[in-house]
Write a protein that binds this ligand. Structure first.
Ligand code: THU
Length: 160
């Protein structure tokens, strides 16, 4: 039997076309790049999440002199929310970046490890997390659910 996996997402020409709440979240992600510690890659990433409580929480990539020890902005943020706001759920997350020698004018997309972590949080909340991806300017991608980023991702429910 032949099957097909597809999902819909939005591609907006610029951030000004986003609803105000999403514009604010993206702006928080852009500002969050300033707290990145990225002396090895010079690629600063910022993430911001809107919680069910209405709070906006930020995270950024934190690199290590032992390179694999470093952590992406998305997982910095998710783990911090899981630890500090265990009762809240995440409504949406925006990700942006500031590279040292390049313009930040197109979206970047979370790495594979972050996709698994995002999926884990969605499964934990039993609710989708909207994902907003953009550079400091330029087009914006909006995905309705983090699960769109990881088709056939591992669901920890099988461990129970
Ligand atoms: N990085 C993130 O923080 N998030 C992403 O979505 C992609 C990559 C970080 C990891 C590393 O510190 C730097 O960007 C270059 O890969």
């Amino acid at each position: 039997m032949q099957k097909k996996y597809a999902f819909e997402y939005e591609l907006l020409e610029h951030a000004g076309l986003l609803p105000t709440a999403d514009q604010n979240l993206l702006q928080a992600a852009i500002i969050a790049t300033e707290s990145a510690y990225a002396p090895y890659s010079n690629f600063k990433v910022g993430a911001a999440a809107l919680l069910s409580t209405g709070q906006i929480i930020i995270g950024s990539n934190q690199e290590s002199s032992s390179f694999p020890v470093g952590i992406c902005a998305e997982r910095t943020l998710l783990n911090s929310i899981g630890s500090q706001y265990p009762e809240a759920t995440i409504i949406s997350m925006a990700v942006s970046y500031d590279p040292l020698n390049k313009p930040s004018i197109e979206p970047i997309s979370p790495c594979g490890m972050c996709r698994q972590s995002l999926l884990d949080f969605e499964n934990r909340y039993h609710a989708p997390i909207k994902i907003i991806l953009a550079g400091k300017s330029g087009p914006v991608m909006v995905l309705p659910s983090a699960s769109n980023l990881l088709p056939f991702g591992f669901d920890g429910a099988i461990l129970k």
